[in-house]
Design a protein around this ligand. Structure first.
Ligand code: ZN
Length: 175
């Protein structure tokens, strides 16, 4: 398993056009393998732990496009900030969560791993994702349970009852 996995596979081979999910999964898997290979010291799948997976997720933050306000920022907790600030960009929780879902499947389907040793399913990873979710929810002023919608929260067309504003805190987003 030298170089073949990483390079060209993802880009050009869409002859039978597998579902977008499938091709995205392969691309993610290749990215992950590439990350392990470039890791210092290099990692193999069998040595990869949940902690390494978390490292990988943090590494991805540098490519993120989601503004996550720090607690000291005046826009912390403000859903639609009126101006720019210098808070860092991160990967949105939802992206990380679905990425992990795809990688978790790829570990078994493509990597041939067994579920019991799947580092992507490690408890530490789940806890990390939960923390990210909570941090981002707080930073952006969006309550936890509110998961649906595409971020277009501007104008609720018909608010039948004012009750609707109350989103119960204990609504749990399924991981
Ligand atoms: Zn900010």
């Amino acid at each position: 398993m030298k170089g073949e996995a990483a390079g060209k596979a993802a880009a050009s081979s869409s002859s039978s056009s597998p579902s977008r999910y499938e091709s995205q999964k392969r691309r993610d898997w290749n990215t992950f393998l590439q990350y392990l290979k470039n890791h210092k010291p290099p990692l193999t799948l069998s040595r990869c732990s949940g902690a390494h997976v978390i490292e990988f997720l943090k590494y991805l933050d540098q490519f993120g496009k989601t503004k996550v306000h720090v607690a000291a920022c005046p826009f912390f907790g403000v859903p639609n900030p009126p101006a720019q600030c210098t808070c860092p960009l991160r990967q949105a929780w939802g992206s990380l969560d679905s990425l992990i879902g795809r990688l978790r499947a790829a570990f078994e389907e493509i990597g041939g791993g067994v579920p019991e040793s799947n580092p992507l399913a490690a408890k530490a990873v789940r806890i990390y994702l939960k923390e990210v979710r909570e941090t981002q929810a707080k930073a952006r002023g969006i309550p936890h349970g509110k998961k649906n919608g595409n971020g277009l929260i501007q104008q609720p067309r018909k608010l039948k009852t004012p009750m609707m504003e109350k989103v119960p805190e204990e609504v749990v987003v399924l991981l």
